[in-house]
Write a protein that binds this ligand. Structure first.
Ligand code: ADP
Ligand code: TRP
Length: 331
């Protein structure tokens, strides 16, 4: 039997190239060897997005993004989290095995508390229970489908470890393997894709290169990448250059070597390096953009794909919830 790979993306904005290299591409690569279950984590997005139109558009945008990037819904079980009610029953089941202390230590919650403290506000200001219990819902997403591996960027590893802890706490209590304990799978070379300002590329920092923006916007954004004040003549170090780090993701080996040499020789300004970057990014993203535009223009078909995915997912989910009920004495 093949092992199971599962991952989700929360539809809190437009997909960017950090999502693509850190999550989507490695996840699609895994579909060759694993049975894959990939989904849109829409109830995770509800914690931050309260505008219904925005959330609905984001859900379709992320779904179309997966498909444009090459997800084959005939091979991968592809669905929306909100279409699987068993997720929420399992969340309640897992709550009873999750210590509050574990949630106190979750990075996202801690960061929000720290931000409030720095602003001299109440530590829990603006923090809803959805954010606080976020890792339990995520553990349910994962455990529900008997996942072996969860391909994610490095920032998500703590959540997968929590899912592992929670699954093990249940198994330990009932002295049998009620749930499978998952493993995070981080592709190290693309674990953190840098953004326009050099920090991790993230929707929350507003420093992203969106995956499906038009060519003009793409060029404009690339020209905005922050550089140092080295002159054209000066030799430059590719390994510390933002532009080069991004270039590496899109270029082939020969192109990488050639641009690294031009950096080291001097005589190439940042403007020229950015043009080189634009050309390889656009080469890879143009066909994706075209597919994305076609898919998003046909929402009924997109919704049907997700519905069919949910139909395949639900019996698997129901079996997991039943297993817990039986172990717990709630039949
Ligand atoms: P964002 O930080 O923009 O809100 P998400 O948290 O929605 O992104 O991330 C969705 C997936 O993409 C996760 O698996 C995450 O690890 C991955 N990811 C996001 N940003 C990056 C990045 N800059 N580099 C690598 N992976 C990333
Ligand atoms: N928390 C993930 C993120 O912010 C999204 C997510 C929700 C997820 N449930 C998941 C990822 C289950 C992997 C597995 O990116």
């Amino acid at each position: 039997m093949k092992k199971i790979s599962l991952t989700g993306i929360k539809p809190t904005g437009s997909l960017h190239i950090g999502n693509y290299f850190g999550a989507i591409k490695p996840a699609l690569e895994l579909t060759k060897d694993y049975d894959a279950r990939y989904f849109i984590a829409d109830y995770h997005a509800l914690n931050t997005i309260k505008d219904p139109k925005e959330l609905a558009a984001n859900i379709r945008g992320v779904a179309a993004g997966w498909l444009a990037a090459g997800l084959d819904p005939g091979k991968v079980i592809f669905y929306r989290q909100s279409s699987i009610p068993e997720t929420f029953e399992l969340t309640t089941q897992l709550m009873a095995f999750t210590s509050k202390g574990l949630m106190n230590r979750a990075h996202a919650y801690k960061a929000a508390v720290q931000e409030n403290t720095e602003k001299n506000e109440d530590p829990d200001a603006g923090i809803n229970m959805g954010l606080f219990t976020y890792p339990v819902l995520m553990a349910a997403d994962i455990i529900l489908f008997d996942s072996d591996v969860v391909p994610v960027g490095r920032d998500q590893v703590q959540h997968i470890e929590m899912a592992q802890d929670i699954a093990q706490a249940v198994n330990f209590n009932y002295k049998c393997e009620v749930f499978k304990a998952p493993q995070a799978l981080v592709q190290e070379d693309v674990a953190v894709v840098p953004g326009l300002d050099g920090r991790k590329m993230s929707k929350s920092y507003g420093n992203t290169i969106p995956l499906f923006c038009d060519e003009k916007t793409l060029r404009k954004l690339i020209m905005r990448i922050v550089t140092n004040s080295q002159s054209v003549e000066e030799p430059k170090d590719p390994d510390t250059s933002q532009i080069y780090l991004l270039y590496q993701l899109f270029a082939n080996e020969e192109e990488r070597r050639s641009l690294a040499n031009r950096y080291r020789e001097g005589g190439m300004g940042w403007g020229e390096a950015k043009e080189e970057l634009f050309s390889v990014v656009n080469r890879e993203l143009s066909p994706l953009r075209e597919r994305f535009n076609e898919i998003i223009a046909n929402p009924a078909e997109l919704d049907a794909i997700l519905r069919r995915g949910a139909e395949k997912a639900r019996p698997i989910a129901a079996a997991t919830v039943r297993r817990f009920r039986k172990a717990a004495g709630i039949e």
